[in-house]
Design a protein around this ligand. Structure first.
Ligand code: FSX
Length: 364
């Protein structure tokens, strides 16, 4: 079974050729690749053998695993996840005790230099004994397992940036993965938790090209973290008009106005929530009426109140826009706004088509 290609495994799950190609097209779109790359993605995925994945969980809340496993079923995310050989995962594996640790050691031995190491959770350096697995401290297990890895995927803001465990006063001396491992390619997939399709998209990229996708200065894949929430938010037109909800139950809130004044961190947060959305593409926090917390940015727990408006220059722009428009000025700006809205809707429509294809898939 382990030797089946991805296409063969997808067929076993009842996924049609058309559904498979739609997934390839959606993956190309999500990764901001040219449509010309779709055949290459299809060919690579058709022939891809299941790579070994060892998943280590350290100081975290298991939200990242909950996220990747709560995708809608059947979904192509879960099938892609099934298309890797998940040889060790504390929460999901059947084995326990010595057998579990043996599975990790065996997977390392059999796939030395080739396996993908996925890590969620931060590493406590204050005292090695703060967090151990099978009597092995987190830092020792990370260093030992990283040695034979082809690449490391730091899943969640805890692994990528330290996250909640590192929040002030950081009682365990928590650090991110890249503070410890310096000699392996590391890709950060932050979010508390991260979006399931972003996690599987990174794995799909690795399966396709055998390399990591292009990263930003925080080691995040640009395809998913290249734009901020604000720029892709469907409430953006209200921001441009200076129409803001002032409380969570005022008229503005009921009309779906911008949540900037209620502390939304969308303007400074880079993630794909506004386009991929959550729960099978149903919604995302802003669509549900709550501002973005900025969970995919470093130190977001310590960045002030979740409900305090940003004090960046963007905040001044918003206020100025509100005052100016309230005074009935800037007719030219309104035309600019209309054009911006039009292009934003076009972009959003395109994203919805491709993302829904990916999320819902086609199983007939
Ligand atoms: Fe951290 Fe993940 Fe937040 Fe929780 O594994 S990113 S606390 S959702 O679980 O690490």
């Amino acid at each position: 079974m382990n030797q089946l290609s991805l296409e063969e495994r997808l067929r076993l799950h009842g996924v049609s050729r058309r559904g498979f190609l739609k997934f390839c097209a959606a993956t190309a779109s999500l990764m901001a690749l040219s449509p010309a790359m779709i055949p290459r993605i299809a060919a690579a995925l058709e022939n891809a053998k299941r790579p070994s994945v060892i998943w280590l969980s350290f100081q975290e809340c298991t939200g990242c695993t909950e996220s990747i496993t709560r995708s809608h079923s059947p979904s192509l995310e879960s099938l892609i996840f099934d298309a890797i050989s998940l040889d060790y995962h504390h929460t999901l594996q059947v084995a326990s005790g010595d057998a579990a640790e043996h599975a990790r050691e065996q997977a390392m031995k059999d796939n030395w230099g080739k396996y993908i190491l996925v890590v969620d959770g931060s590493i406590p350096l204050g005292n090695k004994g703060f967090s151990t697995i099978a009597g092995i401290s987190n830092v020792d297990m990370l260093i030992e397992t990283a040695k034979g890895a082809a690449a490391i995927v730091a899943v969640g803001s805890c692994a990528a940036f330290g996250g909640l465990p590192k929040a002030n006063p950081n009682p365990t001396g928590a650090v991110s993965i890249d503070m410890i491992i310096k000699d392996k390619p590391i890709i950060n997939v932050p979010g508390c938790p991260p979006i399931p399709v972003v996690m599987t998209g990174v794995l799909a990229h690795f399966l396709t090209f055998g390399t990591l996708p292009e990263l930003d200065h925080l080691k995040r894949p640009k395809a998913f973290y290249g734009q901020n929430i604000h720029d892709r938010c469907y409430r953006r037109p209200f921001y441009e008009r200076g129409q803001f909800a002032e409380t969570f139950d005022d008229e503005g809130a009921k009309k779906g106005w911008c949540l900037f004044k209620l502390g939304c961190k969308g303007p400074t947060t880079y993630n794909a929530c506004a386009t991929t959305k959550w729960n099978g593409g149903v919604s995302f926090p802003i669509e549900s009426g709550h501002g973005c917390l900025g969970c995919s940015e470093p130190n977001f727990w310590d960045a002030g109140s979740f409900y305090a408006p940003l004090s960046t220059p963007i905040g001044h722009v918003a206020q100025n826009a509100g005052y100016a428009l309230a005074a009935g000025a800037l007719a030219g700006a309104a035309i600019g706004f209309a054009n911006k809205q039009k292009s934003s809707q076009a972009i959003e429509k395109h994203e919805e088509i491709t993302v829904n294809d990916l999320i819902k898939g086609e199983t007939k």
